[in-house]
Write a new protein. Structure first.
Length: 588
């Protein structure tokens, strides 16, 4: 009983200890830096809220600061994190991946969660470099200084947003080209996204060593000339950071002592500033953090950048800017945006895109077999050279086997090519896969083919899944079903109006939708028969191989064994499918 009575006191003590630790971290930073860190957190939150408005991120997935991260202090100490970064992590908003399907972030990155140990760990080596030692200036040394952090994770070899808490600057660096993809620094990137605004006039005299010669525009927000409309000018409240900037800027001539450099001078300065540490990104151009984050938000709000676009979010978010931007504008973005109507149109647009891809499949098959024919010819030439260069009996017969295989592939490929050319001419006469007047029927058929999945409202609970996560998946699934049903109804109405008295069956086209179980069985049987015939052909050819060509005979037996293995796996798959068909019928 005594212990139970002490629990409230213990909890208060723990809370007080965490509060004191946070206050200690906070007090170790200057008022200016604290304001800068808060600015980063606030602007990142603004970006997440914009992505929620765009119907990409679920609003419920946005977790706002401050966070109690006392349980991560040992990890921070292990990685020697600066107090400024520790404090920033308590402020940063993040996207709870269990509450949304959104994964991709800006320029192919992914969302960073400062409360996740794995993200924090990977954030100390975001580019997966091979690090040696702890000297930041050494070759192959570390590159994330204690006061640096990521604001996005690496996706699939694209860009990471990197923040420097000391200088309050941001790099956006691509892993493969190892240069900036910040549109505010690259005219080529601004052209890609259609941004005509001026480049930010903020430079880094430490690593970039170049200063932008831009005209001042008194009507624009610093570094974000297109973000605020003229009607909003003068109405934005001045935050603490802006007040500090104004106080410290009084009496300073910002042009004093600055030399205007041309691009060659800038490049020379950047080259001179490069560290011998090949992992370092400090020579790459960067900008004021506030300007970068405001611009990212502006790019999204002005539809210059689209949500997703990375490795993980596909289907409706794979449509591309040329399709998504008109859909946003059609549905009233940004001032009178109907998000549900946008999602309906997005599903319909995706159905149209998938139907087009399906219709073009016969043409792709012809193109594919044509390419294989070239590969077969190249292989034959290469293996004939190997035969001419053979130094012993095994090398000679191994080359003969390779030539024979390439010739057999060419024969089979030519037979298939003739069949596929005939199919393409029948389904896509003159290379035209779809007629304009048939498009509503294609869209409707695609939506109908996915109806059982698209309108499904029930979700199964996973083992170990929490109530919160399960309810979130259920909520998203039910919302998607409502949207899908609306899309299907709208597509039906358009098909009836634009194609009266006609159906998809009136179009010469490949069947759309998943294969039935019986179709899968027949398809697997055809593969099994192909493997059987191939194994038999190899056995017949092997009779010509001399006994002395031991390695070649072993190679041939391996090849036969491989096809026999394919046959066995196909046989097992057929048994499994037949059992399923007996229990569930001939469904998908």
């Amino acid at each position: 009983m005594l212990f139970l009575s002490l629990i409230p006191i213990i909890l208060v003590a723990i809370s007080y200890h965490c509060h004191r630790r946070h206050q200690t971290i906070l007090m170790s930073s200057s008022p200016t830096q604290n304001a800068q860190l808060q600015e980063v957190a606030d602007l990142l939150l603004t970006i997440f809220e914009t992505l929620a408005e765009l119907r990409y991120v679920d609003p419920e997935s946005i977790v706002r600061g401050p966070h109690d991260l006392s349980h991560l202090q040992d990890l921070y100490t292990e990685h020697n994190l600066d107090p400024s970064i520790r404090h920033l992590y308590t402020l940063l908003p993040y996207i709870d991946s269990s509450q949304t399907e959104a994964r991709d972030f800006f320029h192919g990155g992914t969302f960073f969660d400062p409360t996740d140990e794995g993200d924090v760990e990977q954030g100390r080596n975001p580019y997966y470099a091979i690090l040696e030692g702890d000297d930041f200036e050494a070759e192959d040394g570390p590159y994330m200084r204690p006061w640096y952090t990521v604001l996005s994770n690496l996706g699939n070899h694209q860009s990471v947003i990197l923040y420097d808490a000391k200088m309050h600057r941001i790099w956006i660096v691509d892993q493969e080209c190892w240069s900036s993809t910040d549109p505010g620094l690259r005219p080529a990137w601004r052209k890609v996204i259609g941004d005509e605004s001026e480049r930010s006039d903020w430079g880094d005299d430490g690593s970039e060593a170049g200063y932008q010669d831009v005209e001042e525009d008194d009507t624009s927000s610093h570094g974000s000339s297109e973000f605020w409309s003229p009607d909003d000018a003068g109405e934005e409240p001045v935050n603490e950071l802006e007040q500090l900037r104004e106080e410290t800027a009084e009496g300073i001539d910002f042009n004093e002592g600055f030399e205007i450099l041309d691009e060659n001078d800038r490049q020379e300065a950047r080259d001179a500033a490069m560290s011998k540490n090949g992992n370092s990104f400090e020579h790459i151009e960067c900008r004021d953090a506030g300007d970068v984050l405001r611009d990212i938000n502006r790019y999204y709000r002005e539809l210059k950048e689209m949500p997703a676009g990375g490795e993980y979010n596909h289907e409706e978010w794979d449509l591309g800017k040329e399709i998504l931007k008109p859909l946003y504008l059609k549905n009233g973005w940004p001032d009178r945006f109907d998000g549900d109507a946008f999602e309906v149109d997005q599903i319909r647009a995706y159905a149209v895109a998938r139907a087009r891809y399906h219709a073009e499949e016969p043409l792709r098959q012809v193109e594919c077999n044509t390419g294989w024919e070239r590969h077969c010819d190249n292989d034959i030439v290469r293996h004939k050279k190997e035969l001419a260069d053979a130094k012993d009996l095994d090398e000679e017969w191994t080359a003969r086997f390779a030539i024979w295989q390439a010739e057999q592939r060419k024969i089979r490929n030519l037979e298939e090519l003739k069949e596929k050319q005939a199919t393409a001419e029948r389904l896509c006469p003159g290379g035209i896969a779809q007629k304009e007047e048939d498009l509503p029927l294609w869209e409707l058929e695609r939506l109908e083919s996915e109806k059982s999945h698209g309108t499904k409202t029930d979700v199964e609970r996973y083992d170990g899944e929490t109530e919160k996560v399960f309810l979130s998946r259920q909520r998203r699934r039910r919302h998607k079903a409502v949207i899908y049903t609306r899309a299907l109804e709208a597509a039906k109405a358009d098909a009836e109006r634009l194609c009266p008295g006609r159906s998809f069956q009136d179009i010469k086209a490949l069947p759309m939708g998943p294969q039935s179980t019986m179709e899968r069985i027949e398809h697997t049987r055809s593969w099994m028969e192909s493997s059987r015939k191939e194994a038999e052909r190899v056995r017949q050819w092997a009779e010509e191989v001399p006994e002395e060509a031991v390695k070649t005979r072993e190679l041939v037996q391996e090849w036969i064994g491989r096809h026999e293995g394919h046959m066995e796996r196909n046989r097992e798959e057929i048994e499994r499918l037949e059992k399923w068909r007996g229990e569930h019928g001939d469904g998908e």
